[in-house]
Design a protein around this ligand. Sequence first.
Ligand SMILES: [Zn+2]
Length: 181
Amino acid sequence: MFKGPLPIRINHRRLVSDNAKLEGTIPLERFERLIELLDNSAGDVHARLEFRRGYKRRGLVVGNLEASVSMICQNCMQPATVEVSAEVRLLIVNSETALAALAEEDDGIICLEDQVLLVDLLEDELILSMPMVGRHAEGECAVKDVTASRPVPVVPVSPTKETYRPFAGLADLTEGLFKKH
Ligand SMILES: [Zn+2]
C-alpha cells in the first residue's frame, strides 16, 4: 500500500490491472473548483483508493476521501472547520455512450486517456459531499441563538410583528423610490 503524497497523474489502466491500492494525501489547493467554496485552500485531502475490475471488466475505483476544510460560518461569518468525507465508487469508461449504458445504480467517469489527473477522478465526489452552507459545529459558534439567523419560514406560524418586518422594509424602499421622482 502506497502512503504519503499521492501522484498528480495516475495511469488508471495500469492501476486496475495491478489491483493497486493507494493511500495518501492530495493538497487541497489542487482541487480548483472545490476551493472556490472554501475560505482558504490550506490542508490536504486524505484518500484511500482501490483499483480493480468491475462490471464488464471495466476499471473500477473504490474508496473514500476525507478532508478538514475551512468555510465561512453563515451564522457568525467567521471561519469554521468543516469535516468532509466522500465515498468513491466509479466505473472508468472511455465514452459518453459507455457512460450512458451503465446501470442506474452505477456511477461512472469518462477517462479518454490512460493517464489522468487524480484530482479529476475525485473532485466531483468531494464537491457533492460538501455541505450547502458552512456552519460551526453545535456549541462552537459565536452566535449562540442559531434560530435567529435561520431563514424566515415560508408560511409564518403566527402573524407576529417580527414576521412583517421585511414588508415594512419594502414599503420604506418603495417610498424612497417615489421620492426620487
Ligand atoms: Zn459560527
